[in-house]
Design a protein around this ligand. Structure first.
Ligand code: HEM
Length: 131
């Protein structure tokens, strides 16, 4: 039976599974593997910290996701299609593995962060402010 996302161990399972699926996704996988050439041993622990901070309010993630994605957007466009695929994969992974209030909350958080990120990346003002 599925359980809720209760602790860091659960986040690790979610993040590992999500990025396994991201890496083999024909639409957004190559952004990670070919464009950014992500070092997973570095990226995954950062993502555990990020989601633990978001979901459980622990200030362990120290970073600025917007800067990474602004830079990435210069190499390859991050637009509606890419964000929709990212979100659908994320939601699907949460639903495959977990159920409960935190599972719902992490999907809501992912949705709002993804939408804000998409907006900021594509807003004309951001192109003026970020060199
Ligand atoms: C089109 C959708 C997205 C793509 C293609 C994408 C891709 C990437 C890539 C390639 C990196 C850099 C990894 C590295 O070089 O180590 C990264 C970092 C990151 N992404 Fe995304 N991302 C997307 C959406 C999101 C969303 C919606 C979130 C949050 C809900 C997110 C959170 C992060 C975080 C926290 C980092 C680490 C930033 C840092 O501290 O260095 N990403 N992403």
């Amino acid at each position: 039976m599925k359980k809720d996302i209760d602790n860091r161990a659960d986040i690790i399972v979610l993040v590992d599974t999500f990025y396994e699926n991201v890496a083999i996704n024909p639409h957004i996988g190559p952004i990670f593997t070919d464009v950014a050439r992500v070092d997973w041993t570095h990226h995954l622990p950062k993502m555990y910290d990020f989601w633990e901070s978001i979901l459980f309010g622990k200030a362990i993630y120290k970073g600025n996701p917007m800067l990474s994605h602004f830079a990435l957007n210069k190499q390859t466009p991050l637009q509606q299609e890419q964000f929709e695929i990212w979100k659908n994969l994320f939601f699907q992974n949460v639903d495959d593995l977990f159920t409960g209030p935190n599972a719902e909350l992490i999907k809501q958080k992912a949705q709002s962060i993804a939408d804000l990120m998409h907006f900021k990346i594509n807003a004309p003002l951001s192109k003026i402010k970020i060199v």
